[in-house]
Ligand binder design. Structure first.
Ligand code: CMC
Length: 392
């Protein structure tokens, strides 16, 4: 009933106009502001991609220098934040910590929350991009019971993050540039992906005029699920569960079985009906990281490569156009970098923050923007009269 188009999962509804990211799912193409992801990942760095997503153009050398400086000098969080952390159970999932802590930023930065002021919006945006690695590293340190490491502003974005995660007070820590470059590339691969579930969540939350830090917290909550950002964690857990190449056919059979809820994690995508271009770059990054960390013979890599090979030659996967997505190879890579599975989605959130905030800015500036308010097809009881409890 009603004159609304029924579109569960929004498979055919455009919720906005956007100039930020273009995806051709049939061809496996991903462009940010027109630039192919392959070129950005190979030749650019993450902060350059952040600038591109936020401002629409690649920065000039002077603009880049200024932007890098501004981001790397907003990395500190208020010292009171560290007290906030100690309120979490120490075995809390780091994504739970992220949802809460990023939401709490809304209580710390009142001076950048007038969303009608473009300057304040940009300050809030830079703050979020700059502080997310600090908060993510704090969530990690809290998770493993080590003291927080403060940011070091003369390091580049990825190196600073790796240092905050892996330095310990009793030892010298030197960032391996190969790993820093790999981390940076992983951030680039996750920076934006048009109107996915978490980005749509940020836009919808923001459409009411809500506090931007709180909107990002909403995006993090949405990203957490295993069908979305949680898939990288689920994919590695799956590879570990499979454990050896000889058990792959059993799992392929389960994935094809209609009566078994099991899915191949890191496979399939709502938009890509072809190889996810990010998965190819991620696979290359995986090789580089495994080599640099002395794990080139990682048995899980063998399982992943063989699983991909078998799935891609299987009728079920061919017919449904299921290919590896960005999360398929990210787990092995992140594990080799030293992260536990529970941190994987946190890293995704860190990197996606720029996409969320760029999309949020675009929405606020859009003259057609109105509060997001989907309609429904009502299928409940017709009007009826209240019955006293004694008569029911
Ligand atoms: N393994 C086995 N079968 C699958 C899989 C899979 N990974 N993905 C989809 N299918 C089947 C599904 O059973 C359905 O079959 P049928 O038409 O017979 O019912 C068909 O393919 C279409 O699936 P769908 O669930 O209707 O497709 P969707 O567009 O709603 O879902 C998806 C997309 C990514 C949620 C889904 O492919 C999936 O669950 N994949 C595993 C989780 C995953 O890797 N997620 C990461 C996505 S990329 C990063 C991100 O966005 O965060």
């Amino acid at each position: 009933t009603g004159m609304f188009t029924y579109d569960p999962g929004f498979t055919s509804t455009a919720s906005c106009e956007s100039k930020i990211t273009y995806i051709d799912g049939d061809e496996g193409v991903l462009l940010h502001r027109g630039y192919p992801i392959e070129q950005l990942a190979e030749k650019g760095d993450f902060l350059e991609v952040c600038y591109l997503l936020l401002y629409g153009e690649l920065p000039t050398a002077a603009q880049k220098k200024d932007f890098d400086y501004r981001v790397t000098h907003h990395t500190m969080v208020h010292e009171q934040m560290s007290k906030f952390f100690s309120g979490y159970r120490r075995d809390a999932h780091p994504m739970a910590v992220m949802v809460g802590t990023v939401g709490a930023l809304s209580a710390f930065y009142h001076d950048s929350t007038d969303i009608t002021d473009p300057h304040q919006r940009m300050v809030a945006s830079l703050r979020m991009i700059a502080k997310m690695p600090t908060i993510a590293a704090m969530a990690f340190k809290y998770h493993i019971g080590q003291p927080f490491v403060y940011p070091k502003n003369d390091l580049d974005y990825a190196s600073n993050f790796l240092r905050m995660c892996f330095a310990v007070p009793c030892e010298e820590y030197k960032v391996n540039p190969v790993l820093a470059r790999a981390m940076d590339r992983i951030f680039i691969l996750h920076a934006d992906h048009e109107q996915n579930a978490s980005t749509s969540t940020v836009r919808l939350a923001g459409s009411s005029g809500a506090n931007p830090f709180a909107c990002i917290a909403a995006g993090i909550a949405c990203l957490w699920g295993p069908a979305h950002g949680g898939a990288n964690e689920a994919a590695l857990n799956m590879l570990m569960e499979i454990g050896s190449v000889d058990r792959i056919p059993e799992y392929i059979a389960r994935a094809k079985d209609k009566n078994d809820p099991f899915r191949l994690m890191g496979f399939g995508h709502r938009v890509y009906k072809n190889y996810d271009p990010r998965a190819k770059i991620m696979q290359q990054t995986m090789y580089e990281v495994l080599e640099a960390t002395g794990h080139s013979d990682d048995p899980l890599m063998q399982v992943a490569l063989e699983l991909e090979r078998i799935a891609l030659s299987d009728e079920y996967f061919k017919e449904k156009k299921l290919y590896p997505n960005v999360d398929f190879y990210s787990g092995i890579t992140l594990r080799a970098l030293g992260f536990p599975t529970t941190m994987f989605t946190v890293l995704f959130a860190l990197a996606r923050t720029v996409g969320w905030i760029a999309q949020w800015n675009e929405m606020i500036e859009d003259p057609q923007q109105r509060i997001g308010r989907p309609r429904q097809l009502y299928t409940g009881a017709p009007k009826r009269d209240y019955v006293a409890v004694s008569k029911r």
